[in-house]
Design a protein around this ligand. Sequence first.
Ligand code: ARG
Length: 411
Amino acid sequence: MPVFVLAYSGGLDTSCMLKWLQETHGADVVTVTADLGQHSELVGVREKAEASGAVDVRVEDLREEFVNEFLWPSLRAGALYQGVYPLATALGRPLIAKKLVDVARKVGAEVVVHGCSGKGNDQVRLEVGVLSLAPDLRCLAPLREWELKTREQEIEWAKSRGIPVEATSATPYSIDENLWGIAIEAGALEDPWAAPPADCWRLTTNPLEAPDEPEEVSIEFESGVPVALDGDRLDGPTFLDRLNVLAGDHGVGRLDLIEDRLVGIKSREVYEAPAAITLHTARAALEQLTLDRDTQRVKAQLGAEFARLVYDGLWFTPLRESIQAFVDAASRPVTGEVRLSLHKGNVTAVGRKSPFALYDHSLATYGEGDAFGHASAPGFIDIFGLGARTAAQVQHGVDPHRLPVAREVPS
Ligand code: ARG
């Protein structure tokens, strides 16, 4: 019997798949379920897979690895796709691909199977991930080829095979969750003119019903890595679980995006990412304090490129690794503490401090103790503006010596 490894969530699609692979391919199926910190989905997953005839059922707690090897690096990079989406789903896929390859090697499988559809990003991310790590493995995506075209057909098929179908899976939305956030699509969200219905949200309070009083939270970073929340040093998963609740209760982290998929489709997607948005806000505030202007600028450009690579499923590539090396080096001084205010859907940095702050009060102050060299400013402006004045002369025939030049006003 050939051995197939199936990325199994326990939902309707992958439950049907588990049986279908046995029937259609005569396969022994090993299931792999990744725990990336999603809450509801893991309950009973092992029992379900066993009941459906899996020869080996693996539920892998990948939360620590997910946070340390994927989420923190992408936070340091400032990776937000289209400037807004923190990439929760996209960051989970390469880790799942890695795990599928590990298990395939252990059990001697030749085929890796996933439940992604043919019109999304996730099929690309998983397959490019698997094939980058193990070019000899074959990938199979039953949703792209089997005869079950609608949800109703799947339910019928499942019932005819004795596969339990839960009423709870009857949500009109397609949802993917992990520690970095929740992606919600389909149903009423497919009308880009319609506001997201109240029942689509899972993790966040409606900002209108959030507490009237703002709440302050403090986050400490070491070289771009969040290490303490309100003074408590926490491991990554605990940090994110706690911050998701804290910020989510204030309605922080709701996003509504017309998203450009890799396969060319525009789709309407909403996200809840309270912890991710709060942490990106805090990181940006600390970088403003600790990084020079040029490093910030180049880091932002490379961060956008990093986000695109993650979105497009190109995690295991030389370019992603090289940008990561730059980001990690640039983030070395990003150590310190940020105070943030959470209030009615907004998160705002209100205070920041760092042993590596480049902010110098004696240079910045308009009050007592000003140490800035005012007398040097006119000479700086003369030379700084020389190129602009020369161009103006050539293009508009203006004598650069007669253009107004900054001079100290005689007192
Ligand atoms: N559009 C997002 C992405 O490509 C999320 C897709 C997640 N799937 C879902 N069922 N909502 O990263």
